[in-house]
Design a protein around this ligand. Structure first.
Ligand code: AMP
Ligand code: MN
Ligand code: MN
Ligand code: MN
Length: 289
């Protein structure tokens, strides 16, 4: 038994390696019935994903993963079932991408000083040309043989205190939730166990998130351990939050995060989708009840 809902994934519109159509087909073939495409700070892949979903009997939830700075730390908020046409959302996402463009040049400048040349062009070549992520820099450094794998690039070059790290200010938590809610979506704290926050700090995040009418947290995530599932399930019930599940799939090169392998949510959880009425035949959400 695995979870047929996978509400977190990435395509080439951000830092995934599969085009939206390939991504949707791969998920459908693995048995996923409801997939959310949640690219970082863009909804550019949604249209192609929607059309692919209609061809392979899969329900595609239009989503986005928004970068947020909370308490000087980067936190990701997933918006699900957002209207990609919403103007305020798109304006907000454009600002995020403008920061990314500036940051990419700044990262390359710092890497240059660390002896790595042409990193901007190299990262850009790994991207689809409209959004550059640290992941694209990681792929360039692996390709150049500087480091053997992407994780090591992050550890030695791209995180706080390392030569290619550029600090910055993403959206405020309240701002991200306003964009998501304004676009008719629901807000989900992505992979909460990954932030390495103390329990009290994490609970402060959840408290603020609830005050801002946030709806859910990811309990089951491709980057959570089994212990994390139960810890997060407990937090969800303490805060009256719904539970979500998502692989955070980026690439077939990451065999430990594959489609169709997410376990079911712990029994104590109220699944986010228990509030959805989904018509698989028509491939869309009819209503949120
Ligand atoms: P960015 O939003 O451009 O700062 O990049 C964040 C992305 O980098 C995340 O969404 C992950 O896909 C990836 N990432 C972050 N930390 C790591 C890590 N330690 N190893 C591999 N990928 C990572
Ligand atoms: Mn990513
Ligand atoms: Mn994330
Ligand atoms: Mn993600």
């Amino acid at each position: 038994m695995f979870c047929e809902y996978d509400l977190h994934s990435h395509s080439t519109a951000s830092d995934g390696t599969l085009a939206p159509r390939e991504l949707v087909c791969r998920a459908a073939n693995a048995g996923v019935r409801v997939l959310a495409l949640t690219d970082h700070d863009t909804t550019a892949g949604i249209e192609e994903a929607q059309s692919a979903a209609a061809d392979c009997d899969l329900v595609l939830i239009p989503g986005v993963e928004i970068s947020v700075t909370w308490n000087k730390q980067t936190v990701h908020i997933v918006g699900l079932n957002v209207d990609p046409e919403n103007r305020a959302l798109q304006q907000g996402l454009r600002e995020m991408r403008a920061f990314r463009d500036w940051r990419a040049l700044a990262i390359a400048e710092r890497l240059e000083k660390a002896g790595i040349s042409d990193a901007y062009e190299g990262a850009l070549a790994h991207s689809n040309g409209t959004l550059v992520s640290r992941t694209h820099f990681a792929r360039y450094l692996v390709e150049q043989g500087v480091v053997s794998d992407e994780r090591k690039v992050f550890k030695h070059y791209l995180v706080n205190g390392k030569p290619g790290f550029v600090p910055g200010q993403w959206a405020e938590l309240a701002q991200a939730l306003a964009w998501i809610h304004g676009a008719g979506g629901v807000a989900v704290v992505a992979h909460p166990a990954r932030y390495r926050m103390t329990r009290s700090k994490l609970r402060r995040l959840f408290r603020e998130f609830v005050e801002l009418q946030g709806e859910a947290i990811e309990v089951v995530s491709g980057s959570h351990s089994r212990d994390d599932y139960f810890t997060m399930a407990r937090h969800a019930s303490d805060f009256g939050l719904l539970a979500s599940a998502g692989s955070d799939f980026h690439s077939p090169d990451n065999p430990w995060i594959e489609f169709g392998q997410l376990p079911l949510l712990p029994d104590s959880c109220r699944p986010l989708w228990s509030e959805w009425a989904i018509d698989t035949a028509r491939s869309n959400i009819l209503k949120a009840v």
